[in-house]
Design a binder for this molecule. Structure first.
Ligand SMILES: [Zn+2]
Length: 270
């Protein structure tokens, strides 16, 4: 017998996920991987614990567990595991990036404007754009990445903007976004899109920004060049963050492969 993924009693005759068996104790349907998110399963588990069924519409169908029903003595709610593991990952990020200061790198408002300039395709008006970029930069007032508000991070969480951070800006905003993404797992019921957005824009995709305002052109940088400036402790924290995402999300196979390759390429041997 196998454990039901929701109530964690041994009610399945075949190995989950994907048996499509409906558990008699919690009435969770064991759907195939990818047919529901970890968040949905986590919610169903909380429903079972607090209300008695994976969804309250099934309350009349469920049966209570009996002495014959076996549950692993060390089982933990997915919700508890996500909070515990998420807190560990957050602490690793905070420790590894604590000394990262805001220097004179490209800021979020500035990157947003660079994206809009880049979008015009025909280069840019040097003096006017420099003035606008300077005005955009002063809109970012925080001096430490932990002070950046969640609404600000959410507003600028678009891969297009992250494409335009230079190394200093990237290193400054990276831990803020990693932490914010873990918080989405802890507090938000639909965290997966935030995880993928952050991973894709900060870790997997190359970048463009105006290298020199005088040459009026955009320079291309590969992510390798960015990742090379991180310490092994910082890379290790990133890898723990990625493991956390891989554990708690049923991610698209292509992304999963890219993330695993990243871990293989960049994670310090322990
Ligand atoms: Zn069950």
């Amino acid at each position: 017998m196998y454990y039901c993924l929701c109530c964690v009693y041994q009610t399945l005759y075949e190995k989950p996920p994907g048996t499509y068996f409906v558990c008699p104790i919690c009435f969770w349907t064991d759907v195939a991987q990818g047919s529901c998110t970890i968040s949905e399963l986590r919610k169903a588990q909380l429903n079972y614990v607090h209300q008695g069924a994976s969804n309250k519409e099934w309350l009349a169908q469920v049966r209570p567990p009996t002495k014959q029903d076996y549950r692993h003595p060390q089982w933990k709610l997915l919700d508890t595991k996500i909070r515990e593991d998420g807190t560990k990952v957050k602490n690793l990020i905070i420790t590894a990036f604590n000394d990262v200061q805001r220097e004179d790198g490209i800021s979020l408002h500035e990157a947003d404007l660079i994206y809009k300039i880049y979008d015009r395709f025909f280069g840019y008006n040097s003096s006017r754009d420099r003035q606008l970029l300077a005005e955009a930069k002063v809109k970012d007032v925080e001096t430490h990445w932990q002070e950046i508000s969640a609404p600000t991070l959410e507003k600028f969480c678009s891969s297009t903007i992250c494409f335009h951070l230079d190394q200093k800006g990237w290193k400054y905003y990276l831990p803020a976004y990693l932490l914010w993404s873990v918080n989405q797992y802890i507090y938000n019921h639909w965290p997966e899109m935030y995880f993928i957005d952050v991973v894709d824009s900060f870790l997997l995709t190359d970048t463009y920004y105006p290298l020199n305002y005088e040459i009026e052109d955009f320079e291309f940088f590969s992510r390798d060049e960015y990742l090379a400036i991180l310490s092994s402790e910082q890379l290790s924290a990133i890898c723990q963050f990625l493991h956390f995402g891989l554990t708690y999300e049923w991610i698209d196979e292509i992304y999963k492969k890219n993330i695993k390759n990243f871990i293989q390429d960049y994670c310090p041997m322990r």
